[in-house]
Design a protein. Structure first.
Length: 135
């Protein structure tokens, strides 16, 4: 319950918990969210490898940075904004984190895989997407 309270009290991400994820992983993840939420698709795209893949159980599979950026630009244009809640957890070149919509009504988990340059090479999005149990 404390994690939910913290997540609902602020729209800024909490400081990373030492040992759960590298500062670089947190920086990339939070950077993508910040760029997307302000509609800066050039910066958003720079966090992804050219041949990146995004997979989402609702919207499907998008291959290539340009297609991912186009998708996310559409998401931005319809008014969707997303915020990380809780810590980023990293194991090797993969990291996971929870997100929620701006109104707190929907929460889900994303998993990313980084390449050797810390660009996102694969994003699996939308695990357990649905209404917030507290929203």
């Amino acid at each position: 319950a404390a994690g939910v309270l913290i997540g609902r009290a602020t729209k800024t991400s909490p400081a990373p918990v030492e040992g759960l994820a590298s500062a670089r992983a947190v920086s990339v993840i939070d950077g993508t969210l910040a760029a997307q939420n302000r509609g800066d698709m050039k910066t958003f795209g720079a966090f992804f490898a050219k041949d990146a893949v995004l997979e989402d159980p609702v919207i499907g599979v998008y291959k290539g940075r340009e297609k991912i950026v186009s998708l996310e630009e559409g998401v931005y244009n319809i008014g969707n904004r997303f915020y990380r809640i809780g810590a980023v957890i990293q194991v090797g070149d993969m990291a996971s984190y929870a997100l929620q919509t701006e109104d707190g009504g929907t929460q889900w988990i994303d998993v990313v895989e980084f390449n050797e340059n810390y660009k996102i090479s694969h994003l699996w999005s939308g695990f357990n997407a649905g209404p917030s149990p507290t929203g």
